[in-house]
Design a protein around this ligand. Structure first.
Ligand SMILES: [Zn+2]
Length: 313
C-alpha cells in the first residue's frame, strides 16, 4: 500500500523512507506488490473526449493516452499498463475511429505504467513503434534494462521492438500532422515531452494553440543523484538530465497543458468543467508554469539533501 503512492508523483519523502525500510518485506511479496502498485485510477475508465480538432484523450482516469487523428491514419501516445489496450481500443472506437488505423505508437516514458501495453498494440495494429534514444533498451527489454531494475517499483512487461529511434527535437509526421519529441530525461533516460500545434473546437478558425504533453519530472527514493557509500549515482548524467529537462520545459510555449498522468494537469477537475466550457478547459499556461516550477523545486531540494548527506556543499 505504501508503494502505491511512490511511483507516479513521487512527492512524499517520508513514505519514500518507509519504502526503503520495508524493502525486505516487499521482496518476499513481490508478485502481490506488482498488483498492489496499480492504483485504481490507473485502470478506472473515463469516457474519451476531444481536446483539439485532431487530438483526443483515450486513457483511463489517470494514465493518459492520446490519439492524434490524421487523414492517413492515427498516432497513439502511450499504451499504459499491460491490461490497458482493450480499454484504449474501446475509447478509440467509442469516438468513431478505427483501432486498425493506429499507424504510429509514441510514448512519454518506458515505465510499465505508460508502455507495458505496447507489444499487444503492435500485434493488433502493426503500428510503428518510435522511442526516444535513452529508453530504447528499456522498451526492448520490457523494463529489465531500466536503471532502477530490478525493483518492485519497476515491474517488467512484454518487450516491444523499436522501429524508429528518436533523438531530441526529432519530429514525427503523419497525414500532415507533426509532433515534436523533446528529450526531457531524468525520470527515465529517454523520457519524452511531446508538443504539437493545433486548433481547438470553438476557437476562431485561424487560432492555433501550443500543446505540451509532459513526459514526467518525478523521482522517488531509489533515485540517487549523488554517489554515496553503498550506492553510485543512478546513471552518470542524471542530474544534468533533470536540470536540462527543467530548462527545456520552462522555455516551451504552452497553451494547452497535458501530461502522461492526468494528475500532472488536474485532468479530473478540468473534465468536470468540460461539459460547459469545452476543450478550452485545458488551456492553462499558468498551471503549466506552476507545475514545472514546483517539480523543479522538488528536484532541487532533493539534490541539495543528497549532496549534504554525501558531505558535499
Ligand atoms: Zn514513470
Amino acid at each position: 500500500m505504501i508503494a502505491r503512492s511512490q511511483h507516479p508523483y513521487h512527492r512524499s519523502p517520508h513514505s519514500a523512507k518507509q519504502i526503503d525500510a520495508m524493502r525486505p518485506i516487499f521482496s518476499c511479496l513481490l508478485p502481490l506488490l506488482i498488483q498492489a502498485q496499480v492504483q485504481p485510477s490507473w485502470t478506472k475508465p473515463i469516457a474519451p473526449f476531444q481536446i483539439a480538432d485532431n487530438l483526443y484523450y483515450v486513457g483511463s482516469q489517470d494514465l493518459a493516452s492520446y490519439l492524434v487523428v490524421t487523414p492517413t491514419g492515427n498516432i497513439l501516445i502511450n499504451t499504459n499498463l499491460v491490461t490497458s489496450p482493450p480499454q484504449i481500443r474501446a475509447s478509440v472506437q467509442a469516438l468513431g475511429f478505427r483501432w486498425n488505423d493506429t499507424k504510429i505508437l509514441l510514448n512519454s516514458q518506458a515505465h510499465y505504467d505508460h508502455a507495458a501495453g505496447t507489444a499487444e498494440v503492435i500485434r493488433h495494429t502493426q503500428a510503428k513503434n518510435m522511442v526516444m534514444d535513452g529508453d530504447v533498451r528499456t522498451m526492448e527489454t520490457g523494463g529489465r534494462a531500466d536503471f532502477l531494475a530490478p525493483s518492485p517499483n519497476i515491474p517488467a512487461y512484454p518487450p516491444a521492438h523499436v522501429d524508429r529511434v528518436l533523438h531530441d527535437q526529432d519530429t514525427v509526421t503523419l497525414g500532415g500532422v507533426t509532433l515534436t519529441a523533446h528529450k526531457t530525461a531524468g525520470h527515465t533516460p529517454g523520457c519524452t515531452t511531446w508538443t504539437m500545434r493545433s486548433h481547438l473546437p470553438g476557437e476562431p478558425a485561424q487560432a492555433l494553440r501550443n500543446i505540451v504533453i509532459i513526459g514526467g519530472t518525478g523521482f522517488w527514493s531509489e533515485y540517487h543523484f549523488v554517489a554515496a557509500p553503498g550506492h553510485p549515482v543512478s546513471y552518470p548524467s542524471i542530474v544534468q538530465d533533470f536540470q536540462h529537462t527543467f530548462s527545456v520545459l520552462r522555455a516551451l510555449p504552452c497553451d494547452v497543458f497535458l501530461g502522461a498522468h492526468g494528475q500532472y494537469f488536474d485532468m479530473l477537475a478540468k473534465r468536470k468543467r468540460y461539459p460547459h466550457a469545452g476543450p478550452a478547459v485545458f488551456i492553462d499556461p499558468d498551471g503549466y508554469k506552476n507545475y514545472v516550477a514546483a517539480t523543479q523545486q522538488t528536484f532541487e531540494k532533493e539534490l541539495s539533501k543528497q549532496e549534504a548527506a554525501a558531505g558535499g556543499d
